[in-house]
Structures are given as C-alpha cells and as structure tokens.
Write a protein that binds this ligand. Structure first.
Ligand code: COS
Length: 385
C-alpha cells in the first residue's frame, strides 16, 4: 500500500521544524544573506531542539530519524533559507562516510564527541585540481608505523572554518587511482590544520565555505575509516545520500518561491484586478507546482529506498538533477511573476534564485550527476515496482 500520511510522531517533528524556521530563520534570512554571517545562535538552538543531527542514530548522540522523516524535516528546515538550513544539516554529508564505513567504536568515539557541540562536521574531498574528477586528489597520507601523516589542501569545503570533525580523503598511492584513496576522520584540534580563504559567494551566503590546508597532520590508524583504499567508494556512497539531501533542500526552496509567487499573484493588481486572475499566471503557477510535486515524490522515493537498504546511486543522482533544475526554473519564474519588485535586492525571491544556482553545481555538477545516473542505468534498470 502507498500511504503518504505521516505518523503522529512525524507530524510533531515536522511541526517543530516548521515553527523553528518560521520563528528563528525567517526574520533574519535576508540579513544573514546580506552579511554572510555564520548563523551560530541559530545552530545552537537547532541542536538544543534535536533538529541538527537528525540522521545520526541515538546511540551516537543524534535524533535517530529514518531517512523519510529526516528528508521531510530537511525540506522544512530549508524553506526559509537554504544556506542556514544546510549549515544545520551539514553533518549529513560530513558524517556520511563514517556512518557507512566506521566501526562501532569509531562511531561512538567520533560522532559521540561531535554531537556534543553544534559545530558539526565537514566533508573534505574537493581540491583545486580535483572537482568533478574527484579521483584525482593530490592530498597524501603517508603511513608511519601505526600513524598517518597527511599533507595537502582542500577547497570549497562547506563548514570548513567551524566543523569540529573533518572527514578527509587522501591518497596513500597515486598510482592506484581511486583505489589508493583513504578516508580519515580528523578532530579539528589536531595540529597542522589551517583555514585559508573564506569564500564570498553569489548565493548561499550564510553557508560557510573555505579552503583548508593540511601540513604534517598526524592521525592514528584508529581514525582511518574503512580499509586503506576504500575511501573513494565511501565518498561516493556518502554523496549518494548527499544528493537525496539536495533534492529535499531544493524542494523546500522551490516551495517557498511558489508560496511567494502565490501571495503576489493575489495581492498585486493590474488592469483593475489581481494578476492571479490571468491565464498567463495560472500556467506558470501550475507548472511550478508540478515541478515541486515531482521533486518531493523523488526524494520520498529515494529516502524509502535508503530505509529499505536498496542501493540508490542512479535514482539519487537523477533526483538531484531534476530537483535542482526544477528549483532553478521555479525560483526564476517566481522572480518573473513578481517582475520589477522581485528582481530588486532585498526581495525574497531574488535571494532564492541566487541560492538555488549552487544546487546545480555542488555535490556533483548536474552534468556529472547525469553521468552517474546514465552509467547506473546501463548497470541496472531503475524500476520501483
Ligand atoms: N557506490 C559505491 N561504489 C561506487 C559508487 C557508489 N555510488 N560510485 C563509484 N563507485 C566505485 C566504482 O564501482 C569503482 O569501483 P572499482 O574500483 O571496484 O571498480 C570506483 O568506485 C571508481 O568509480 P568510477 O570508475 O565510476 O570513478 P570515476 O573516476 O570514473 O568517477 C565520478 C566517478 C565522476 C562519478 C566521481 O568522480 C564523482 O562523483 N565526481 C563528482 C564529485 C562530487 O560530487 N564532488 C562534490 C563534492 S561535495 S560538494
């Protein structure tokens, strides 16, 4: 049976997330966007309410939600501002590889410590010469006895300046390509980690993004996640989940854009009546809503697959492409409906449109995600029933 109704507990959690975004994020979203401020106070409150580590099991200090509930909550947390929403949810990507490949002892020790704070984790994969070609990373890990010494640099790292726990990918043998890559969980206070430039971005302005430098950073083998050479697969598996997350983020942003367009269509009068009376506007609103319905259905499907333990690389990549392209179209149309007023700085829809552009780029550009999805289809057809 297919049933979209929520349990009483899911309803309560969703209500809490919606109330939180309305009271804590909505009033300050434009201010944080203007100044690019790190939303420290908001993160502290989200953590106190159990809205921060929603996907992390209770035994490691999280709220232990299943994937379906986690992504529904993610949509709600990103409705008012996806930069702040994603700062709340960034541990989703930062801890993905640890949850997938870590031992029980590692999860208890590393995640248990991280969840005590609101500063969360970050995912250190991308480098200046290794963006789409993630297997080309140059950061090295050299084994010395039971320790590894790490040297290299990372860029465009979300939460790079603040994260307590760094999930870092480095190669122990470049000649092995992706099979030489290892995953390390590194506490922030390990000597040798330097924060470089903090990026000034077009959108997602309250999302902290920075360079990170690693100079003779030493970690014990107890911080190697999985086995030597397993790091690339763990990164890709974490990104599978990250891409579902982006789908739910985009759904939240697009819903906000549609709601703003609807409000305007009812209030704005031209030719003696609300512009919402005109067919040109009906067609736009109908298409916007259809794209949002499809995006929501896609993340719910992939979340369900994750809850069933079904591999979802093909579907997650497809959903990420669809929802980010959809959100780009919906936010652009929301600006079009609000016209001159929507295009001006300080308008909500102008911010949403700038924010969404990044979702077509991060966690794999949409071109890379189409490759992932296309290759996946050639491996195995993607049929739900
Ligand atoms: N789950 C499990 N294993 C996976 C996997 C997944 N989702 N994706 C790849 N693998 C495995 C492959 O099966 C292969 O295994 P073997 O070595 O046993 O054959 C290995 O990983 C290498 O995969 P592949 O050959 O596909 O690697 P490529 O170098 O061709 O690149 C792409 C793969 C381009 C898809 C990858 O580099 C990528 O996703 N790039 C984008 C990176 C990204 O999203 N960056 C954003 C960072 S966070 S903002």
């Amino acid at each position: 049976m297919i049933d979209f109704s929520l349990t009483e507990e899911q309803k309560k959690t969703l209500e809490l997330a919606r109330e939180f975004t309305a009271t804590e994020i909505r009033p300050v979203a434009l201010e944080y966007d203007r100044d690019g401020t790190y939303p420290e106070e908001i993160l502290k409150k989200a953590k106190e309410l159990g809205l921060m580590y929603t996907n992390i099991p209770v035994e490691y200090g999280g709220s232990g939600m299943d994937h379906v509930t986690h992504y529904i909550v993610t949509e709600a947390l990103n409705y008012e501002c996806c930069a702040i929403g994603q700062m709340i949810g960034i541990s989703h990507l930062g801890t993905g590889a640890i949850l997938l490949g870590g031992t029980e002892e590692q999860k208890k020790r590393l995640l248990g410590r991280m969840t005590e704070s609101y500063r969360s984790a970050c995912f250190c994969l991308t480098e200046p010469g290794a963006g789409s070609d993630a297997g080309a990373i140059q950061t090295t890990a050299v084994r010395k006895g039971d320790r590894y010494v790490i040297n290299g640099s990372k860029c465009y790292i979300t939460n790079g300046k603040y994260a307590d726990l760094l999930c870092l990918f480095a190669t122990i043998d470049k000649s092995k390509g992706t099979r030489g890559i290892c995953c390390f969980a590194i506490p922030r206070d390990t000597p040798g980690i330097q924060v470089g430039r903090v990026e000034d971005k077009m959108g997602h302005r309250a999302l902290n993004v920075s360079e990170l430098f690693f100079e003779d950073v030493e970690v014990g083998e107890e911080n190697l996640i999985g086995e030597e050479g397993q790091g690339f697969k763990l990164a890709m598996m974490a990104l599978d989940r990250g891409r579902v997350n982006v789908t739910s983020v985009c759904t939240g942003v697009a819903q906000k854009a549609l709601d703003e367009a609807l409000r305007w269509a009812k209030e704005r009068e031209q030719f003696g009546e609300p512009i919402g009376n005109f067919q040109g506007i009906h067609f736009m609103l109908a298409d916007m809503n259809a794209l949002i319905m499809a995006s929501r259905a896609m993340y719910l499907q992939v979340a369900w697959m994750l809850d069933q333990g079904i591999r979802c690389s093909t579907e997650a990549a497809a959903a990420k492409c669809f929802a980010s392209d959809a959100a780009m179209k919906v936010t652009t149309d929301a600006v079009q409906i609000q016209a001159g007023s929507g295009y001006m700085k300080g308008s909500v829809v102008e911010k949403l449109m700038r924010d969404v552009k990044l979702t077509q780029i991060f966690e794999g550009t949409n071109q890379i995600n189409r490759i992932v999805s296309g290759r996946g289809l050639l491996r195995e057809r993607s049929i739900l029933f």
